[in-house]
Design a protein around this ligand. Structure first.
Ligand code: ADP
Length: 569
């Protein structure tokens, strides 16, 4: 009882730990998948941030490209400039050096100047001066281009607004992309000294600077993972692209970055689209690899868990059955002994002298000793199987002879028990190679079971046929039958079907496990066809030795005489 209680407790614990194990595997897997995705996300995010920074830096760099020449002007004294212009109509040397340098740059074509803050394109006819880089002097311009005129006009009005609001020394104004205007202001009295307009070479700007730089910094797209277009959104026109093989197509590419140029190139914008980059592809591949490895690991872990659990469960069942068996067998061994002891005592005392009673006592002692011997033999058989001590002594056998001899030797006993007992054999059966003792034990056990488990209809039939390279021995009855779900279990050691009919029949669940072991030792297999209440047929298949039956003389030489089964007397 305590043993069974202990087993039950262990079983609850086992289920508990299996639950915890599965939960742990699931939690670990979820956590792993989550962190893998998080890692991938952060890789993508880092790469996206990096790309955004690159585009941002490019816009800044473009601004510097325009203005770097003029940073020196910021530190110069604007009062000096005002005096020089008022006195001689020219710029001080340090100013004109900067302007001459600027004209060396292919970005600028010409430089124009207007003193004070008057609109040149308006009503007033303000004089416009053009800079001559060789003589470093200004001369009156008689063909001021419209671009310059527009540039001055914008600068004049913007400066007016700015002067009313802030204090600062100079200001840069762009007329879209066509010209750059610098305004010189006397910070002391906040008067405008004048505006300088630098005409930008359009062709160089787009085809020289942007095309080259975009290509250098962002192309080719399959390596950098993005394509960048320079677009004039007013004109709805793409001016330059980092990789010529990518035409601007909103349906095909999502625009991931829109970047304007700070305080310049008003209508122009950089637009970037991310395409599958090597980093992203590598990150995806690594994610896939990791998921596959994780999947295999989880399956293996689950498999191991379930395998261990099933194994433990099996062992538990076996232990339970073994415990039941021990309790049972002790009782079974004691009973025949007690009967024999009592009968023996009565005879020895001389209390029983009557012939009839003496015979009855003798029968009792004989029957009980047979039961005892069978039980002990079975226990020894199990011990042999467990210890792997079963020796196979195979010999060529004629299947029909084996069966017939067994039939003849058991017929008397079985018919005496009220059974309708039959035997049939197919003609020309091939020889088999098997241990005759084993074969006898196998068939005896099956016949014994057929007797034991037949209650209402008493019928047993032995049969032997051959097909597909095996000889099949069958033992059929019309007894209690075995439910389908138990067909596998009944061959396990100590297993007994727990239905009411079987419960009435004595047994220890050893017979079929011994039978199965012996069949397999002889290279064969055993199966059962049965349904609850519908009788049972056990089929033992043994491989054929020679396909054709040997001649009569050969047969007689090779057939081994099976032992007579006195157990059934
Ligand atoms: P035992 O007969 O000692 O219980 P076995 O290993 O011989 O042990 O059989 C295992 C179980 O298979 C039996 O308990 C019984 O339920 C079932 N069984 C075996 N043979 C038959 C049969 N011919 N008809 C019905 N049930 C059978």
């Amino acid at each position: 009882m305590t043993m069974i209680k202990k087993l039950r407790k262990q079983n609850t614990l086992r289920w508990f730990f299996l639950g915890i194990g599965i939960a742990a595997v699931l939690a670990l897997t979820t956590l792993n998948i989550y962190s893998l995705y998080a890692l991938r996300e952060s890789t993508i995010e880092a790469s996206t941030d990096n790309k955004k920074n690159q585009v941002d830096e490019f816009a800044e760099q473009t601004r510097s490209r325009f203005l770097s020449q003029f940073y020196k002007l910021v530190r110069l004294d604007t009062e000096q400039l005002q005096q020089a212009w008022e006195l001689s109509g020219s710029f001080p040397e340090r100013y004109s050096a900067v302007l001459t340098d600027a004209l060396q740059d292919s970005l600028y074509t010409d430089i124009y100047f207007i003193p004070e803050n008057h609109d040149v394109c308006g009503e007033s006819s303000q004089t416009v001066y053009k800079y001559n880089p060789e003589s470093k002097t200004f001369t009156v311009s008689d063909d001021t281009p419209q671009i310059t005129c527009d540039g001055f006009s914008i600068a004049v009005s913007r400066t007016q607004v700015a002067l009313n609001e802030y204090r600062f020394s100079n200001r840069v104004t762009f007329d879209a992309h066509r010209s750059l205007t610098l305004t010189f202001i006397n910070t002391k009295d906040r008067s405008v000294i004048g505006h300088i307009n630098l005409v930008v070479d359009q062709d160089y700007l787009v085809n020289g600077y942007f095309k080259n730089e975009l290509n250098k910094q962002f192309g080719p797209a399959d390596k950098t993972g993005m394509v960048v277009w320079l677009r004039d959104w007013m004109q709805d026109e793409v001016l330059a692209v980092s990789d010529e093989s990518f035409s601007y197509d909103r349906d095909q590419y999502d625009i991931d970055i829109r970047q304007r140029f700070p305080n310049m190139l008003d209508n122009w914008q950089l637009r970037a689209s991310f395409i599958e980059s090597p980093t992203l592809a590598a990150s995806n591949a690594s994610l896939r690899r990791n998921l596959i490895v994780l999947g295999f690991a989880v399956i293996a872990l689950f498999g191991a868990l379930v395998f261990m659990f099933i194994n433990a469960q099996r062992e538990r069942e076996l232990a339970q059955r073994q415990a039941g068996f021990l309790a049972n067998i002790t009782h079974e061994l004691k009973t025949p002994l007690a009967v024999m002891q009592a009968a023996g005592e009565n005879i020895a005392d001389g209390r029983v002298t009557d012939g009839k009673r003496l015979k009855s006592y003798g029968d009792h002692i004989y029957n009980e000793s047979v039961r005892l011997r069978k039980m002990i033999e079975k226990l020894l058989d199990v011990a042999k199987v467990d210890a792997g001590l079963n020796v196979v002594e195979q010999a060529p056998l004629q299947p029909e002879d084996v069966l017939r001899q067994l039939y003849e030797s058991t017929k008397g006993y079985i018919q005496q028990k009220g059974f309708d007992y039959e035997m049939s054999a197919q003609n020309n059966l091939p020889m088999i190679m098997a241990d005759p003792n084993h074969l006898e034990t196998i068939l005896n056990n099956l016949i014994e079971n057929a007797v034991k488990y037949s209650h209402d209809e008493k019928y047993i039939r032995l049969g032997v046929t051959s097909s597909g390279g095996v000889v099949q021995f069958t033992v059929s009855d019309k007894g209690d039958g075995i439910p389908k779900k138990l067909h596998k279990l009944i061959f396990e050691k100590f297993y007994r079907a727990e239905n009411t009919l079987t419960a009435k029949t004595k047994g220890h669940g050893l017979g079929l496990s011994i039978v199965k072991n012996l069949v397999e030792l002889n290279g064969g297999s055993i199966e059962v066809e049965s349904e609850q209440g519908g009788g049972a047929t056990f089929i033992v298949s043994i491989p054929v030795l020679v396909d054709k039956p040997l001649f009569e003389t050969d047969q007689q030489q090779t057939v081994t005489e099976p032992k007579t089964s006195e157990e059934y007397v």
